[in-house]
Design a protein around this ligand. Sequence first.
Ligand SMILES: *Cc1c(COP(=O)(O)O)cnc(C)c1O
Length: 449
Amino acid sequence: MGKKILLGEDELPRSWYNIAADLTEPLQPPLDPRTRTPLDPSQLEPLFPPPLIEQEVTTERAVPIPDEVLAAYRLWRPTPLVRADRWERLLQTPARIYFKYEGVSPVGSHKPNTAVAQAFYNRAAGTRRLTTETGAGQWGSALAFACRLFELHCVVYMVRVSYQQKAYRRVLMELYGAEVIPSPSDRTAAGRAVLADDPDSPGSLGIAISEAVEEALGREDTHYALGSVLNHVMLHQTIIGLEAKRQLELAGEQPTLLVGAVGGGSNFAGLVFPFVGEMLRTGQRRYRVIAAESSAAPSLTRGRFTYDYGDTAGLTPLLPMHTLGHGFIPPPVHAGGLRYHGMAPLVSHLYEHGWLEAVALDQTEVFQAAVEFAQAEGIVPAPESAHAVAAVRRAALEARSSGTEIVVLFNLSGHGHFDLTAYQEYLTGNLSASRLDDSALRRALEQLP
Ligand SMILES: *Cc1c(COP(=O)(O)O)cnc(C)c1O
């Protein structure tokens, strides 16, 4: 069998997979924060176009992918499935390890899978401008690229610490034509409130979301786009798992362990939902499924499952999710895309019902695994994706000790070419452990709405 398992463009899936169709218990609805009653979906209209709101609530199993979105996908999809046999040999493991490589997209991550869909539906509904937030810059560059394809103006609030550390991500967004603003900023009331408290705030995804939502709510011609967390984002990302399932079938393999890194949950959901859906339908727990989070933002392993705001200022509806508290600002770590207080409601729900496991990893272990992987397979993982690499490494070493044959599928959600300062820190011995402040976490959990 070859190193890579490739699909042709004509084998691109024509529908996304909606796991809401197969849940054994219904998902709790988002709540209107003023009344704490289920939100009427039409209340989302200032933020999102009708087709995306419909995708947020639909229980249809297959949602057709529009031709214009398929045409955009063909710029980089289908993505390769790769056997990590060199890494297997280095680890001396009986595990067979496959990764789905999403780093081949124009911006180097899985995020354009939903960005192009969201830009398309907005354009079709007459939206002129999109606002959004970005952590490490991957989502911002994905949306900037998608807005360029579908002729929308793009405004990106970029978490200040990343704005300073990831200057080239900003250049990438600007070359696609986006306007990039360091967050917290003085352009919005939410940003001004944070700055009044702490003029040197490093920012966080939660704060940047508040700013982007506030701007979208204040302008008729402007909608908001979210890169993770919401049901429609998970839906669009299932293209990853649908392709991977087909590719493993072609390879004659049946996976036993599925792994992805989790920030808001979208690349993980995208890879695993088609497999988890199969378990939900058959009732057979055929796959072990592990979400790898950052020990700086351990929403699954240390958060609470409850209703919370998606943003720091409390402008969004209340979502049923695992959360560290919307006021919690995770310590700066190199995996900026994992620095989020909450977890997608769909991922949280499946975790709560025992279909998924989670592990929190420190960045020192993560970078060690990533460098080893790069030396074996050549690809430098994004710091976020490296969390999946480290979790797979643990499983492969366990398989070695116990002599168990396992078949692993993991999502290599992006490459780390814009993250070389982080690798430099690791290589020069200057990378610090990603510990969170326990008392800050306790305070944030006490302030849950
Ligand atoms: C944003 C990002 C993540 C984390 O976000 P999810 O929504 O949890 O996928 C992971 N990997 C990469 C490469 C990212 O850009």
